[in-house]
Design a protein around this ligand. Sequence first.
Ligand code: FAD
Ligand code: SIN
Length: 531
Amino acid sequence: MYLCVLNQPTGGMKTDYLVIGSGAAGLSFALKAAENGEVTIVTKGEMVEANTNYAQGGICSVTYAPDSFEKHIEDTLVCGAGKCDREAVELVVRSAPEQIEELIRWGTRFDKTPDGQFDLHREGGHSEHRILHHADLTGAEIERALIESVKAHPRITILEHHFAIDLLTQHHLGEIVTRHTRGLACFGAYVLDTETDEIKTILAKFTVVAAGGCGNIYNTTTNPTVATGDGIAMCHRAKAITKNMQYIQFHPTALYHPGERPSFLITEAMRGYGAILKLKNGKEFMDKYHPMKSLAPRDVVARSIDHEMKIRGEEFVYLDVTHLPADETRKHFPNIYEKCRSIGIDITKQKIPVCPAAHYCCGGVEVNSHGESSIRRLYVVGESACTGLHGANRLASNSLIEAVVYADRAAKHAAKSIHKVEFQEGIPDWDFEGTAEAEEMVLVLQNRRELQAIMSNYVGIVRSNLRLERAMKRLAIIWQETEGLYNRTKPSRELCELRNMTAVAYLTIKQARECKESVGLHYTIDYPPQK
Ligand code: FAD
Ligand code: SIN
């Protein structure tokens, strides 16, 4: 069971900073915070299992004239469809160059031209070339550098295969808490060691949720299997505020390769390089939808592909790069070249079959300009957070930079008050009483699949009131069954993930139903876009 205040506290493990997640947000926070305290990172798999590690295109920053902060700000605002928080946009764009320097200092290598300048890519919605990259493996390079730095740091403890279940608040002291409770604070988390099945009470002066996104609530996603929305769900249960969950970004060009999970991404940088979207019959079609054609903003491209696939009854369109020099293609996109070759496609000679896949969660836990949530001592950074930067649609390659900028902000903010904060006493250990060994794991798997089907069928790229209502009714059954199972069995990673996916799916549908307009990534036939 979730809580038993009668259970005696043992004191638990103590750490100044508890960081949940080992992607760009969590690791960069840890490196900064370790300058003034002991840091413990928990991550549910191997460290490297994170969306960060899969990022291909790159990371945005203004680095040269004629590009300017104003242009990057304007592109972000336009892409966000009027829903961005201008202060957050300014903050990220203007802080980006400094944080890029930090990444380089930690060992990240970005590609350079022969004359020593950054080799910059361009992606959809960007008016300039401003994407720093490491071939088409930028995320893996950033993750490598961060992991090496974190492992070398004497004040950082890393706990792999540790699954954070729930955040500790006054609720665990027996108090009734709501989203309006004044002084609601976070004292750490209950964490399941998935190798021993022990649930540890980890007490922290500050807790940082950096648990990434939730692509796995959909049937097809570019996100690795760890992205089940745990961070957003546990903050929601702890009574933090979430927002903008209706804005789920679908990447237009995931490799069409049925049965593969996650879907392999074909980076947007390939369209920036000159690749063209075509129908199965070989004809171009994006000129019907947007003046920027294949390089239109991501929401427009994804919707256009979805529309063409639906009217033609086809499961994919093509991305064609065969008209460009083969050597250059292989040089810029070695990872994509090899992946496609491994399934029998030579991208320098054959078109690549692609279709949209769930990719990024623009919403999340609402935070202020320091990454602080509405709960004291709880920071949320990276994809789990909603800073206001993305508005209704994220500009490509703006998320990695957002993660490191806000991790820096949060670390600096927490450092100012760490000396005044005490560990919370009296938190009970997890109570296993009344719970049995996990039963019928096949039901958990079936419900996970059903949930993914509900979200893909009714809460995808195009929505309607009826579809959302149907989704909510069907989700309610899964929620009931999952809660029942959770209350009578010992927690497992699979069951907790399903519980979190249910919570995040619920928030997505609820906030989509509340959004009575088509804007950015939320497109509904009941409220057509204003012309
Ligand atoms: P993540 O990197 O996802 O890290 C989350 C961590 O939390 C993981 O280690 C996970 O295991 C851990 N975790 C989750 N739940 C728990 C739990 N319950 N307990 C313990 N640990 C937990 N963005 C760009 O800016 N540029 C790009 O080119 C780009 N390309 C992308 C390509 C792909 C295929 C994908 C999937 C995303 C891409 N993105 C890109 C988005 C970007 O990668 C992510 O938004 C960003 O990496 C998020 O970083 P993060 O640290 O917040 O989360
Ligand atoms: C891509 O490389 O197309 C992904 C970029 C992003 O999601 O920001």
